[in-house]
Design a protein around this ligand. Structure first.
Ligand SMILES: [Zn+2]
Length: 345
């Protein structure tokens, strides 16, 4: 594990424990989120060694989402088939909408057609941009995703450390869609981004925002904390502070309206699941999400090891409502959007 002793933005060593979050997605382990007392920046601490982080990604599940399953046979009852088809259909509709929205942002703010997408996954966005006459390059740390992108879309994709091989001023636009929060050694990485971006180049960064209503409502169950895969937990102030260190100026911010729904529905699922953590408790004593399980722990009752999946029925309607309410609050400037795209120059 890597312990972070100084704030990566302001270098202060005055750091306090802010939250203890659980990795609901994969390991079911608990991780601390610290806050810098000087600048308010939040980050997971300690974090797994970089060589171990791959084991926290379920890459098979990740990949299976990216392939179009329309013509593959699905097993199970007709009801489960219909449900799976519906979610697949919804997934691909939203993905296509998102790709087109990203394209519009890129087209509007780019001063040239050489683009680098960092964390390009299986390359769907780059493939679309290529069809719109962009000269596209990608970086992707996951080898399976990278191979998929190379073999299926015939793209130039490299691992993240390849960034040092690009010449100065190689790109007119660099994009990081929900990627910056995952990157180890982010100060060095951003200095490389600055170096390879042309002088009037555009940097587009999308990150979750912990100053949103859905973040406040779900607290430690907020799905976008996504520990330990998310190392940094930004808000508008902290991301601007970090990018200002590299002379980037914010020119526009754009909300990603679907993200609040997705994050709230997932958070609702996590909140309902609250597997009992007794056997994996660390000395800090992470608190589960529900009052009931806190009471059980206080009474010293022996509890079962964590189980994946839910104990109760997930209230998806409520998740949808919280996502909607989060967007409404942000629209009226009461809170921030759950997820924002920042355009820097
Ligand atoms: Zn700080």
């Amino acid at each position: 594990m890597i312990e972070i002793n100084k704030c990566i933005i302001c270098n202060s060593d005055k750091l306090s424990l802010n939250l203890i979050c659980k990795d609901y997605y994969y390991s079911q382990d608990f991780f601390n989120i610290f806050i810098c007392d000087s600048c308010g920046f939040k980050f997971t601490n300690p974090i797994p060694d970089e060589k171990d982080i791959d084991s926290y990604y379920n890459s098979d599940e990740y990949l299976s989402h990216t392939k179009n399953k329309k013509h593959q046979p699905l097993h199970g009852s007709s009801a489960s088939w219909r449900r799976a088809s519906f979610f697949n259909y919804l997934y691909f509709q939203i993905r296509n909408y998102t790709i087109k929205k990203k394209y519009k942002i890129i087209k509007k703010y780019s001063n040239g057609n050489r683009i680098l997408d960092i964390g390009c996954g299986t390359g769907e966005l780059l493939s679309y941009l290529k069809s719109k006459n962009f000269i596209v390059t990608g970086l992707e740390p996951n080898i399976k995703a990278r191979d998929f992108a190379i073999n299926n879309h015939n793209l130039d994709i490299y691992s993240n450390d390849y960034i040092t091989n690009f010449k100065d001023n190689s790109f007119d636009t660099i994009t990081l869609w929900h990627v910056l929060e995952h990157i180890y050694n982010v100060n060095y990485f951003l200095s490389e981004v600055k170096r390879i971006l042309s002088e009037n180049g555009t940097l587009i960064i999308a990150v979750p925002n912990n100053n949103s209503y859905d973040s406040e409502y779900y607290g430690k169950c907020w799905a976008a904390y996504d520990v330990p895969r998310h190392i940094y937990h930004f808000n508008q102030v902290t991301i601007n502070r970090l990018l200002a260190k590299f002379d980037f100026k914010l020119i526009r911010k754009i909300p990603m309206l679907f993200d609040s729904f997705y994050v709230s529905l997932l958070s609702e699922k996590y909140k309902t699941a609250h597997p009992q953590p007794a056997l994996k408790l660390r000395s800090a004593g992470p608190a589960p999400c529900s009052r009931q399980s806190q009471d059980r722990r206080r009474e010293g009752e022996e509890t079962a090891p964590p189980q994946r999946g839910g104990e109760g029925k997930v209230n998806y309607f409520k998740g949808f409502f919280i996502g909607l309410y989060s967007n409404i609050r942000a629209f009226f400037n009461k809170k921030d959007y759950s997820s924002l795209v920042f355009v820097f120059s």
